[in-house]
Design a protein around this ligand. Sequence first.
Ligand code: GLU
Length: 408
Amino acid sequence: MTEKPRLSARIAAIAESATLKVDAKAKALQAEGRPVISYAAGEPDFATPEHIVEAALAAVRDPKNHRYTPAAGLPDLREAIAAKTARDSGLEASASQVVVTNGGKQAVYQAFQTLLDDGDEVLVPTPYWTTYPEAIKLAGGRQVDVFAGADQGYLVTVDQLEAARTERTKALLFVSPSNPTGAVYSPEQVREIGEWALEHGIFVVADEIYQNLTYGPIDGDADAPAPRAVSIVEAVPALAEQAILVNGVAKTYAMTGWRLGWMVGPADLMKGAANLQSHLTSNVSNISQRAALAALTGPQEPVEQMRRAFDRRRRTIVAELSKIDGFTVPVPEGAFYVYPDMTGLLGREWGGVTPSSSLELADLILDQAEVAAVPGEAFGPSGYLRFSYALGDEALLEGVQRLQRLFG
Ligand code: GLU
């Protein structure tokens, strides 16, 4: 009798989230009492703003929230998301075009499940967030990497996308500001890419989870208003019929643990995604939905305060990492990540170890400096480290100084 594989081929082919894995390892070491400074997870260190917490507390006590909501979400929240999408992404969508999901991650998963058939190709600007490849694979899609390195500011061009396009190209993943690089496309670049997608009938999955976290020039006025990351559907309105926007409250409102994201798109695609969700998870926790409603419709000052703190930390980490010989540090303009190219440190001996990849270098800095960062292998090619600067100012500086000492 031939032995049957225990895991399905589908599940055997996916790996644990590398960002969550490094973060868990850092937290486990901290729990053992080791003074690890972690730049691993992209998670704001702030508490969720008080008025949002209050709304959730009130919601818990109201029995109407002890029941299911429609699978696609509370009508009021879907309205508020439609209004936010009009304001920030320039897309006039109705509430029926919104599906509320358990975090942006589920929205990414459902977007690809909704769009892809087996063998459909997805163009993925690389470096990419670690979850996209698995979501594409689970939907039967084939990922086609389009690489843009530090030398081009991690921004792909239309020429590169066109060179990668085939008859099977169904979708483009578009992420601006980017995780892991913090790169933001200019309005002109967004328009060019959007027009190209429209011309070739390519669907766009636009992950806009970091759209409210953008910063001006690094040596510019910290009090100046934040520049906007222009949505691809704002730049090319006709693309709305073939675009799914993914977003959520996690990063903007310091609500990672509340698991509240959404997708917005054409009615037929959103109907399909909602059908899938009705079998997968049903609705998102009613309490989290009420909290998100308060986040989107309440005062926005806390968001601006957090954005300014991230900007301050960005300036510090870029300046300090740039002092390390062997690091090339493109200036991030959004999100809360910096993504140095550190190939200059490879093949050299540090404390008895000679790393040949960013994976080995990440191990080395954890062992020798008690600093956690996510290696480039989690996001595409080796040779990079991702540092999240969503941690306290003091720890942020201390960790980089440890690296300066190690590599000094
Ligand atoms: N999106 C965040 C990150 O990239 C949170 C962890 C995760 O879900 O990957 O670190």
